[in-house]
Every structure is written in C-alpha cells, then in structure tokens.
Design a protein around this ligand. Structure first.
Ligand code: BDR
Ligand code: CA
Length: 311
C-alpha cells in the first residue's frame, strides 16, 4: 500500500476523508494524521480527528497536533460552515484516544527522513501551515516527498471565503506559496471539482442505510454539512471537498485535469489567497501542479459508500 500522511483540520468533509482512508488499508498505509488550525482552532481539530478514528474503531493511527496559527497571519476559522465544534451533526464524545507525543511538523519531517525517498504522499485537507513549516525547517525533505495531493484553490469557480479565494489557501497564503514554489509534485482538488461531488439526499440516505456506527456518524455529519451550501447557494447537497483527495489515490480514473502553473496571490487585499492557475497556458511558466477539473460523482459515491460499509 501507498504510505500517506493526512494533514487536516476536521471539519465534516475532512472526517469523511479520514474515514475513507481508514477503510482502505489495502491501498493506503496511513502513517499518521497531523492536525492544523483551520475550520476551527487546533484543540478542536485535533480532538475531531481522534473522534473520527474512534468512530471507525481504528485507534492505532497516531494523531498529532501541529500548527495553531498560520505562518504569519491571525487564524480565520469557518464555524459558519462546520458549526461551533467543527464537526456538528452527530452527538460527539470526549475521545479516549490520546494525542500522539510530539509536534505534527516534527512527525512530517521525521517520517519523510526515515522512510525511503519517494515513498510518502502528503494528503493535505486544510491550510498548508504544517507542510510549509516542515519544508522551511527541513528543505532536504522536499525531494523525498512522493506527491502532495491537496484540497484547495479554485479556477472557474473562484472563491468560497472571499470572491477570489478558497478557504484553505486564504487562511495561509504564504504557506500555500511555499508549497507551490517548492518543486514537490502536486495534485490539486480545487472547488471546481469538489463542487461537482455533492452529498445529495439520496446519496446521504444510502450511507445512512448502511445501518452501522460509521454510516450513521457520516450521514449525521453530511446532513448538518449540506445546510450551508443548500441554504446559501441552492446547491443540491454539501460538496465533499476533502474526500476527493483520498478518492484520487484510490481510483484516479474518477478524475480528470491538466498540468498547469499555479501561483498564489499573497499581496493584494482584494484577491488574497487566489490560486492563479494558468489553465489556458497563456504564460510561459512551467506547470507545477496537476489541477483537477472534473469528477465522476456517481462513481465517487459508489466508492465512498462501499468503503464505509467495510468499517
Ligand atoms: C475547504 O475548506 C474547509 O471548510 C473544508 O474542510 C475544505 O477543506 C473547502 O474550501
Ligand atoms: Ca478541510
């Protein structure tokens, strides 16, 4: 199986991504989960990650707390989307699972140094603070990364937190810039694709019908999560942003995109955090990322439901 680290700020969609990975041990060897401040502050994201592992009955994965604030900006959170806990929907509990000892950034650095070069994939589901901090502190690890697969940014869909920017990039644009300039191989799941992967009522009902702890936990999260996009945008269901990252590793054939150059706006107040993706290749700048633009949503939900049934 492919070795991965999930870097995350759960978040209902983050939690579904973690469940999808935990349900797929044949393909994915989840070495650890590193938490970052984003949707909610770090104490909550690092608690929600452990609740998610416990819901899946997989408590042997180490969960680390990482950065509690962006590299050089105050934290912006998204309780308006995810609720006060970050994981509103199911009835939550205090996790028994302890946090792993040490800082998430040290775990990322240590793992990339100890595993053979080119064998560890970083799956990023939140602001890129931990990854940038690791690359800054230990530039030797950059060439050891197999791939960074990230949820973040937007092209045609543009922004969700501002008219120009997607949340994960907007919260820590300097961190995103460090990643996109690092030379590490990057695959991006932007809003353009995640807004096609909607947890509609029948899709959520199929997950609830699994009639298992994980099925109910997931459906409760999705029922809460959809309210934001349905009420605000008239969408047909909540977009499953972060699980696209894991689905890509399991079944890349569900997605299509193209290699483009992506630069991050870090200066302008108006467009801060914008992912300026050269989709039509109008600059001479070298592609630095595979930007995904389309997904087979039915195929995605078939995969997700079938995998959740295994937990
Ligand atoms: C991203 O922001 C968060 O609210 C979600 O978890 C996802 O990672 C979508 O813009
Ligand atoms: Ca997230």
């Amino acid at each position: 199986p492919r070795k991965i680290i999930i870097d995350t700020d759960p978040g209902q969609d983050d939690a579904v991504a973690i469940l999808l990975a935990l349900a797929s041990p044949e393909e994915l060897d989840l070495l650890g989960i590193t938490c970052v401040a984003g949707n909610v502050p770090l104490p909550l994201t690092s608690k929600n990650a452990r609740i998610t592992c416990e819901a899946a009955g997989k408590t042997d994965v180490p969960v680390f707390a990482g950065s509690k604030a962006p590299l050089c900006r105050p934290l912006i959170t998204a309780e308006h989307v995810h609720g006060q806990t970050g994981l509103d929907g199911p009835t939550l509990w205090e996790p028994d699972m302890p946090l792993a000892e040490g800082h998430g950034v040290d775990f990322i650095i240590g793992t990339l140094r100890s595993e053979p070069a080119g064998t560890v994939t970083l799956c990023t589901l939140g602001p890129l603070t931990n990854i940038a901090a690791a690359f800054n502190r230990a530039p030797d690890i950059i060439e050891r990364v197999q791939e960074v697969v990230m949820m973040g940014g937007a092209y045609f869909e543009v922004g969700n937190i501002t008219p120009a920017a997607e949340f994960n990039i907007y919260v820590d644009p300097e961190a995103a810039e460090i990643l996109f300039r690092s030379g590490a191989p990057i695959t991006v799941m932007p809003l353009d694709v995640t807004h096609k992967v909607l947890a509609t009522k029948p899709r959520t009902a199929a997950i609830r019908a699994l009639n298992s702890r994980v099925g109910t936990f997931t459906a409760d999260m999705l029922d809460f999560f959809e309210r934001f996009d349905v009420e605000k945008y008239g969408s047909e269901g909540g977009p499953l942003h972060d699980p696209c990252v894991i689905a890509w590793l399991l079944q890349p054939g569900l997605f299509s995109g193209r290699r483009v150059n992506v630069e991050i706006e870090t200066q302008s107040d108006l467009t801060l955090g914008m992912t300026v993706a050269d989709w039509w290749r109008v600059t001479g700048r070298k592609p630095n990322a595979l930007f995904i633009g389309d997904a087979d949503a039915d195929g995605f939900f078939k995969l997700l439901t079938e995998r959740l049934a295994r937990l």
